[in-house]
Design a protein around this ligand. Structure first.
Ligand code: HEC
Length: 255
């Protein structure tokens, strides 16, 4: 029994398709993006049909079943089925593709990526391991001055940060509902209470775009505050974050 040419072509394509899946999934243990697979299959399909139609005789053989389906009166029932099912399937497929998805994207995010040891902040390379809050010492040495600095930090916060992080620092600002990832809740013990002031300084100064590669894919709306605030304003707002929430920044000495 001879396999019809059209079926042969389809079998070759199916074989290549499963071949790709086997090679990527099992041999390389890597997920192949569906867009890439579609691209490969496009070229493979073009190649297969070029080979299968390389002379008149073969082309005629290839289209025999299609011609029979369309022209042969005895195939009426099949013709009607195919002409209903194929457009419906195409329409359904297009509909499913266009439908927006409300599921959160499957992304593994590192919420607190390890900071780089140095970062470019205000045009200078700073060593994040050595960086400390220049105002922290006033907390003990000059409590009155410290209150002033915290108040100045509060003003910076209310003017710039509460829209997202909330006026109670709980991540529930008026914009928060529209953002994904959501602004972080500083009251939560999982955020600033776990972190050092230098880490906060780095995160605030460089914002979402400053996040390292391992934190990707990351579409954080956290602005790059070194473009809008002065260095001392960032240190003051950090004092305020810890003062308001009652958390203590982590430091190397305590570890
Ligand atoms: C447009 C909204 C928006 C504004 C305004 C904003 N942030 Fe954020 N911020 C975010 C989002 C979203 C995140 C969480 C994603 C991330 O870590 O980048 C975040 C994260 C942070 C983090 C990281 C905390 C952690 O636990 O890793 C700090 C610190 C921070 N913001 C401080 C500030 C300060 C200080 C201001 C004001 C000067 C501010 N943010 C203003 C959206 C905002």
């Amino acid at each position: 029994m001879k396999i019809p040419r059209l079926l042969q072509a389809v079998l070759v394509l199916a074989g290549v398709y499963f071949g790709f899946i086997v090679v990527f999934d099992i041999v390389l243990d890597a997920v192949i993006p569906s867009s890439l697979l579609a691209m490969y299959m496009f070229f493979v399909t073009a190649g297969v049909f070029m080979v299968f139609t390389h002379d008149e005789e073969q082309t005629r053989e290839l289209v025999v079943p299609i011609k029979a389906l369309v022209e042969d009166p005895s195939n009426r029932l099949w013709r009607n089925i195919v002409f209903v099912v194929v457009p419906l399937a195409a329409g359904g497929g297009a509909y499913m593709q266009m439908q927006p998805s409300f599921d959160a994207p499957l992304e593994l995010r590192t919420i607190h990526p390890a900071p780089p040891s140095t970062a470019k902040i205000y045009g200078e390379r700073v060593n994040l391991l050595k960086l400390t809050n220049p105002f922290r010492e006033t907390e003990k040495k000059d409590p009155e001055k410290f209150r002033e600095l915290v108040d100045a930090g509060a003003a910076v916060y209310i003017q710039n940060c509460q829209y997202c992080h909330g006026d109670k620092l709980d991540g529930n600002g008026p914009f928060a509902a529209g953002l994904n990832p959501t602004p972080l809740n500083f009251q939560d013990v999982g955020t600033i209470a776990q972190l050092q002031e230098s880490y906060l300084f780095w995160r605030i100064a460089t914002g979402g775009p400053g996040l390292p590669k391992e934190a990707a894919p990351w579409i954080s709306s956290m602005p790059v505050w070194q473009d809008f605030l002065k260095e001392d304003e960032i240190w003051k707002v950090i004092l305020y974050l810890y003062d308001y929430t009652g958390h203590r920044p982590r430091s190397w000495e305590h570890e």
